[in-house]
Design a protein around this ligand. Structure first.
Ligand code: NAD
Ligand code: MG
Length: 290
């Protein structure tokens, strides 16, 4: 049994910043993706999963856990993230089910449909969609919010998951599921993340609506809502080094979370153990309330 206050890195972080999309390997400390600790039990044996934003952070932790649980994987990421993706693939290893890499910028509508088509082709079908790619940027003031930034947030967090689901829906059969990475920002928005928080709230509504329409076909739809998690998104949001240093210290558990602490939630939602769970927003927030 571990004390959750000290089970992973606790206390502040060294101040740091990166350009978006940020590198997992360049962070100090390097986020814990569970590569050293996650033990699989075949709970996703035979599944075929597409994960977006799979190179780093939460997506990397989910990729490692799903591979160890027996799922074949299609990994999507931005073309400039090939180094982080190579490390993810290395950590997964070659002993398990197939892993295919599908670099593409999902702000492009046709890229979403192509990633679905390539996943179907490479894996022979799709059973799980983990729609996890996301973008956020700090806004000092609403008057400083640039239209190009609004577009990037909306196209990445709002349009891309919707278009990917639309392309994949006809190929999903009974027992398959969709998992979206929303955020605590959906319910408890920060003023500096106004456009991002809007898209995360929209994702929560999407999950609740889709759970109703796809339930009739035996397809479950859920979301994970992370609190403050130590990933490349954080030093590349545009916050000051001091802000990054104190990231996550205000949670009831007194620290930021690590990607490894999210993987079990996704495995649960994708597995048969969650056969009666749909339309759920699962909070992994260090005790912060949704
Ligand atoms: P991350 O930077 O490791 O992952 C985000 C990934 O999104 C990037 O690696 C990139 O591959 C992908 N991405 C961004 N724009 C893209 C585009 N146009 N096309 C394709 N892929 C694109 O950071 P993370 O924190 O692991 O983020 C994963 C998800 O978790 C995001 O949806 C984020 O909003 C959400 N989230 C993170 C936190 C946190 O504190 N880190 C909290 C709540 C929610
Ligand atoms: Mg990345």
């Amino acid at each position: 049994m571990h004390d959750p206050r000290t089970a992973y890195h606790s206390g502040e972080f060294p101040g740091q910043r990166q350009d978006s999309p940020g590198s997992h390997e360049a962070m100090n400390p390097v986020p814990d993706s569970g590569a050293e600790t996650y033990v699989g039990h075949g709970r996703l044996a035979g599944r075929r999963t597409l994960i977006t934003g799979a190179d780093s952070g939460i997506g990397r932790a989910v990729a490692i856990a799903f591979a160890r649980e027996g799922s074949a994987l299609a990994l999507n990421y931005l073309p400039e993230e090939s180094d982080d993706t190579a490390q993810t693939v290395h950590l997964i290893g070659s002993a398990g089910p197939p892993v295919v890499q599908l670099p593409a910028d999902l702000r492009d509508e046709s890229a979403n449909t192509e990633v679905v088509a390539q996943s179907l082709d490479a894996l022979g079908g799709l059973d799980v969609l983990v729609l996890n790619a996301g973008y956020q940027h700090d806004i000092s003031d609403i008057t400083a919010l640039e239209t190009s930034e609004i577009r990037r947030v909306v196209e990445t967090n709002f349009m891309a998951p919707l278009i990917t689901i639309r392309a994949a829906a006809e190929h999903l059969g009974p027992g398959s599921c969709i998992i979206i990475t929303t955020s605590i920002q959906a319910c408890d928005p920060s003023p500096g993340l106004v456009d991002y928080a809007m898209t995360k709230a929209a994702q929560a509504a999407l999950v609740k609506a889709l759970a109703q329409s796809l339930g009739e076909r035996g397809i479950r739809v859920n979301a994970v809502a992370p609190g403050p998690i130590w990933t490349p998104l954080i030093p590349s949001t545009g916050w000051s080094e001091d802000h990054v240093a104190s990231f996550g210290q205000d949670t009831p558990l007194g620290r930021a979370g690590q990607p490894a602490e999210l993987a079990g939630a996704y495995v649960y939602l994708a597995s048969d153990e969650a056969s009666y769970t749909s339309g759920c927003i699962l909070a992994v927030t260090g005790g912060k309330s949704l």
